[in-house]
Ligand binder design. Sequence first.
Ligand code: UDP
Length: 253
Amino acid sequence: MARRKKLYEGKAKILYEGPEPGTLVQYFKDDATAFNAEKKDVIEGKGVLNNRLSEFFMTGLANIGVPNHFLKRLNMREQLIRQVEIIPLEVIVRNFAAGSICKRLGLEEGTPLPRPIVEFSYKDDALGDPLVPEEYIIAFGWASQQDLDDIVALALRVNDFLTGVMFGVGIKLVDFKIEIGRIWDNDFMRLIVADEISPDSCRLWDIETGQKLDKDVFRRDLGSLTDAYTEVARRLGVLPSNVTHAAKPHVIN
Ligand code: UDP
């Protein structure tokens, strides 16, 4: 009996070798971290919810023609995804001011922005994912100008889609983060949405009450994170039938 190969373990997910070349298995953990992993906890059921929610958003994006890594859900905590070469950037889209932009510019939380703002952070935990200008990205070769134009176009499509889906269930999409990967079809390179889309990587506020339904509940000790994510899943109609009996990583024969 051979244990499948773990390729990478991050703060919230584990990547295993997939069944076919060019595929990976993405496992969603219950671990929650914030402030560059200074705050940590295990939130039972979070991984199950994020697996479902990421599937829901990625499937919806594929249906409107936004390419992404999702292939199929395998079980409560795992999904089959396309293997990509991750561009080392966090692509952040903001509709309203929250988090780091408030600190940087002295804006009040919730201030509407004049238009969606797309910004980039360099993915490096040791450096605290610093904000980087396009000039750095191109100079250091992380992406070309053409890549960046394509990434901004992708990010804005994701923003329009997520904003609409969330608005439909009474939730305001304040901001979110996506990651982009490269894939090759023969010699032709394409950029696709990768990683995950879940309340771990979005700010979601109830439109009526302003209640936070995202990872800020954990960051700021505002109550139960599972309750908040369950509420998002419930409104979107993607609640798994049993959140508590979550599957553990399993062994493939
Ligand atoms: N974000 C993320 N991972 C990160 C940094 C940010 O998913 O490593 C998300 C965050 O949840 C929010 C958006 O990106 O939805 C903008 O985050 P911000 O720059 O305000 O950083 P924060 O203050 O949350 O660290």
